[in-house]
Structure formats: C-alpha cells, structure tokens
Design a protein around this ligand. Structure first.
Ligand code: BG6
Length: 472
C-alpha cells in the first residue's frame, strides 16, 4: 500500500470496544491508519459498550502504539483520534438503545451534511451476534440513510459457527438482515502481507506458474505453529480446539490460495469462485479408519491442569492430510499442521517440487515475512558432494512499508473490497470437510497424543511416511 487508497469518510461503529480483540488489534490498527493518513478527515468512530465508558478511558488504557518505538504514541494522532471517537452506551437486548443509536448516527450525518457509509464491526464473541444483528435489522440499521445513497456493511469475526449446523444457522440468521454483498467475514490470515502475495507470486513468475500442478508438486504443507498456549481463553478454547480455531478457517484459506486454479483476473468474484472450487474438490474422510490414518491430534501436557478439567480431550495440535479429486492435483498431498505451546511461532507454506530431493518453495507468512527456496548444488572441492542451499527474500530487507493484517481488514471493509474476506460458500465447504473428523473424534479419545509444552508437538512421521505412501 505505498500508494494509499483514497477512502470516503465513514462511520465505524465498533461493538465490543472494551473487549480484548478491540484493545489488542482493532484500536491499534485504527491508530496506525490514522497516523498513515489512510482515514480521511470526517471519519467517525463510535465505540459501543454496555457500561458507561469515557473515550479518555479507552484512549488512556489501550496500548494503541504497539507498533511505535518504545510504545510511545504521537500526541497529534491521539488528539485526532479523540476528536473522531465517541462512546455510545447500548444494551444489546434493549430496543430503545438501537432507536437512540439510529438517531445518533443520523445526527452525525446531518452535521456532516451527507449520508455516510456505515460499517458495523462486531468485535464480540459470535454467540452474541444473533440478537444484535436481528435488532440492527429491526431498527433499520441494516441500510443507510436517504434511499441508499451510502452503503452499510457488517464486519464479523470468526469462528463462524461451532459445527456445520451452527454455521448454517449463523449464516441464515445474518442473511435475513444483511445481504451477502454487505457482509465481510474476517479471516485475518488472508490479510497478512505474504498471504496476499501468494496469488500474485504464482501468476507473475513463469518459472513456477508453468509447474503449478501435481506433475511437478508432490506436496503442499501449510503450517501454523504457535509458541503461546491458550492464554486464559479457557471457556473459548475448551469448546473450540485447534481444528475449529485454526484449521477450519485460517489454514484452509491459506491452502485454497496456494492450490486454487488461477483465475483469468484477480477480481474478488473470480478468486472466490476458484477458491471455492478447490475447497469443494477436497475429499472428506468419513470413516474412522481413514481419520485415524490421516489426522493426528495432540494436547500439550499442562493443558488439562490449565483448564482445570482432568477429562478434557480438546486438541491443541492437529496435523492432517488431504487429497483433491481435481485432476490437476491427482496424488498431491495437502497437509495442514497447527499447534499451540510449541517450540516456535511460525506460519509457513511449503511447496515441494519433485519427490525424493525436492526443491521446497517456502512462503514465510510470519514472522520474518518472505519467500525462500532450497536448491541442490555441488559443494566446491574435489569430492562431488551435493549440498542444499537456500535462496532467500525477506520483506523487511527490501521494503519498509508494511501494514498489519487488521489495518488491511479495515481499509478493505471501508472501501468494500471483498477479496480478503471469507465467503459463506467457502466457510460451509470447509465445515463439510471437517465435520466427519470432529464426529469421529467424539466417539473415542484414544488417538489424542499428549506432547510436551515447548516441543515440536507429537511426531507426525506416520502421516509423512505411511499415509502419504498409502494415499499415493
Ligand atoms: C486466532 C486464534 O484466530 O488467531 C488464536 O483464535 C490464534 O487462537 C491467533 O492465537 C493467531 O493469530 P496470529 O495473527 O497471532 O498468528
């Protein structure tokens, strides 16, 4: 984004402004956007909370400047933010409060002398989306003022459902009030710089684009390792686990970007259509035997104690193998691996060109964003030994302009660009694929492997060796 997009001034209405996500991600992203002059004068930010909270309380207590040296904020930017931010007390179950909100938004527009785009950001747990979305519709807050001269959008966070049924319910309930066009479902991994680059890289580098199929690629492995554990999110995580938390959303999306057919144009519609086609081509494992052979789940050793549940079978680690019925990918192995409390934080996508001594192209999504590839060369000297060396590109060395995923999420939602957001078809297809595995896990916990915190997780060699042979 070195050439900044020109945005219209709009009203950003944040439900859950006092919550963890708003404090950690959304507000610091707004600070950065403000600092980089991406948000125009006239922008309004309305912080919704149940209890009376002053804007100073928000501005004083939230660490807005995490990206700045020594966390020190620029006073001019804080001043600007303060003039844009207003707090609004609203009880999600009280009709009167929505009526007041509607009047309040109209008064802002009257003062500005124009209809403004409105973006409702539900930075709250999805379990409480339902009543809020219904009430927004009931009080006409799903459309904008004066015959749609401006647009109203809804920005929502994952998890989109707990299983296929609840995902369908959530999608249906939301659709009663907002059209698919208006709904922006955040998958913040799609907004990470390197994730965005995947399609462009594939398209514009003929040396790779001409070889992007199973004839040349034997395996694609998407890995998201985390060093952190569940960080006090006991209730959330006990009900969710690694499969729902990361595989269902972030990792499936990254895999789809890596393996989808390349569309004619990289427009939002075409990209979503190809992504969906790829996800729909993945073959579900419906029989327990298949699940045991192709999915490994684990739990870190101190987890049960941490959640105070000696019987917990929630997985904090998953590694799984998938295949596609698309002829382009015949016999290619797709592997997804994620885990908490591991030895390092690393999100990478490895693309294996060749079988026995592959050239591995690696997209480093985070940290140290970049791309590398290993090459086989002859070691200098008189003995003809082969060695593997790495060619490496690092974003931080070549560019100094970088934006956090949440900055991009906000910019794209404000300008109505849906490319980086997950569609309902993608979400439901991903659930269809994973639901049989979750069902199988419910029948028996024998396959849950306990691993040491800070380690590399349970051994996944069974998948690497046996299953990939079997699947071939
Ligand atoms: C969230 C998950 O979606 O992504 C968390 O709910 C996880 O469990 C987080 O820690 C990781 O995001 P990032 O951007 O820090 O890799």
């Amino acid at each position: 984004m070195s050439q900044n997009p020109k945005l219209e001034s709009s009203i950003l209405i944040i439900f859950g402004i006092t919550g963890d996500l708003a404090k950690r991600k959304v507000l610091p992203a707004i600070y950065r956007l403000c600092k980089d002059n991406l948000l125009p004068e006239g922008t309004k930010i309305i912080g919704i909370s149940r209890r009376e909270v002053s804007k100073d309380e928000i501005l004083d207590t939230v660490n807005l400047c995490v990206s700045e040296e020594n966390n020190v904020c620029d006073p001019d930017i804080i001043h600007k933010l303060s003039s844009w931010l207003e707090m609004f007390k609203l009880d999600p179950l009280v009709d009167e409060d929505y009526i007041n909100l509607s009047h309040y938004l109209s008064s802002i527009e009257q003062a500005a002398g124009k209809c403004m785009d409105r973006l409702f950001y539900l930075s709250i747990p999805p379990q409480v989306y339902g009543p809020i979305i219904t009430s927004l519709g009931k009080h006409g807050l799903n459309s904008s003022c004066e015959h749609q001269k401006a647009v109203t959008r809804l920005l929502v966070e994952k998890p989109f459902g707990y299983d296929i049924t609840s995902a369908e319910e959530l999608i249906n309930e939301t659709e009663k009030v907002f059209s698919e066009e208006q709904i922006f479902r955040i998958d913040h991994y799609l907004a990470k710089e390197t994730a965005q680059n995947i399609l462009k890289f594939r398209r514009h580098n003929p040396v790779f684009s001409s070889q992007w199929d199973a004839k040349h690629i034997s395996r694609i492995h998407v890995i998201a390792k985390e060093k952190i554990g569940i960080e006090n999110r006991v209730n959330f995580y006990e009900n969710v686990g690694a499969m729902r938390d990361l595989i269902q959303s972030h990792l499936m999306q990254l895999l789809a970007l890596t393996a989808m057919d390349m569309p004619q144009e990289l427009t939002s519609d075409e990209v979503h259509s190809k992504k969906y086609e790829f996800l729909a081509s993945l073959i579900p494992q419906t029989v327990r035997e298949e699940v045991l052979n192709s999915v490994i789940r684990g739990q870190y050793d101190s987890y049960k104690e941490e959640v105070n549940n000696p019987h917990s079978a929630t997985e904090t680690f998953v590694s799984m193998i998938l295949k596609s019925n698309n002829p382009t990918w015949k016999n290619c192995i797709f592997q997804l691996t994620t885990g908490k409390s591991l030895d390092e934080k690393a999100t990478i996508i490895q693309v294996y060109f060749g079988d026995s001594n592959p050239n591995i192209l690696t997209f480093r999504i985070q940290p140290d964003e970049g791309i590398d590839i290993n090459l086989i060369i002859e070691q200098p000297g008189f003995i003809h030994n082969l060695r593997t060396v790495k060619m490496n590109f690092s974003y931080s060395q070549d560019f100094d302009d970088s934006h956090d995923a949440y900055e991009r999420v906000l910019v794209d939602a404000i300008r109505g660009d849906k490319l980086l957001f997950a569609t309902k078809k993608e979400i439901l297809t991903s659930w269809h694929l994973l639901q049989p595995i979750l069902n199988s896990w419910q029948t028996n916990n024998d396959d849950l492997r306990i691993y040491k915190s800070g380690s590399q997780g349970p051994a996944i060699t069974i998948l690497n060796d046996t299953v990939s042979d079997k699947l071939n």
